[in-house]
Ligand binder design. Structure first.
Ligand code: SAM
Length: 157
């Protein structure tokens, strides 16, 4: 099981964030979860530009403090929430879209949790890393030399 600081902090460039949210077709009815939320930019853009609500989860208290401040400055503090903790411990059931910028091994460890907790049809987008060969992405985009992948959670069999 993954523990604290599974992934270093590296922010996603803004045009790539926008593409991730567009690919997931995020809109005003969505509750976007960014797992490993860094400075909060993904959920903040989801709120500000797409009208969604969002939750960011990060293990690092300094990132959480920064994200809350960024949300306040962006005027979306009432639409987003930042939770300090391990992304593997967070209940994902309220999410209607999930965004990731983690590592290949962490995506693979997270996959069973995504498939178990998210409702069928929920979009999952990942910057840079896929989900291995037994969950092929439905779409792939390249923005500013970065890859973005899209999946939808399948019906449970
Ligand atoms: N999602 C943001 C973005 O795309 O700009 C930040 C991505 S950054 C590559 C990964 C983030 O995951 C870091 O902020 C790090 O603190 C956080 N992180 C690493 N391991 C974690 C864990 N087990 N639980 C929650 N957050 C974690």
């Amino acid at each position: 099981v993954a523990r604290a600081y599974d992934v270093p902090y590296v922010p996603t460039p803004e045009p790539v964030v926008r593409e991730m949210l567009q690919l997931a077709k995020v809109g005003p009815n969505d509750m976007v979860y960014d797992l490993g939320s860094g400075d909060g930019r993904i959920v903040i853009m989801a709120a500000k530009e797409f009208g969604a609500r969002g939750v960011g989860v990060d293990i690092d208290p300094a990132r959480i403090a920064e994200a809350r401040e960024n949300a306040r400055r962006a005027g979306v503090a009432d639409k987003v929430r930042f939770v300090q903790g391990n992304l593997f411990d967070v209940d994902l059931r309220p999410a209607t879209a999930v965004t990731l910028y983690l590592l290949p091994s962490v995506n693979l460890q997270l996959k069973p949790k995504l498939l178990r907790e998210l409702r069928p049809g929920t979009p999952v987008v990942s910057h840079a890393w896929d989900m291995g060969t037994d969950w092929e992405p439905e779409a792939e985009r390249t923005v500013s030399d970065r890859k973005v992948f899209l999946w939808h959670v399948p019906r449970r069999t």
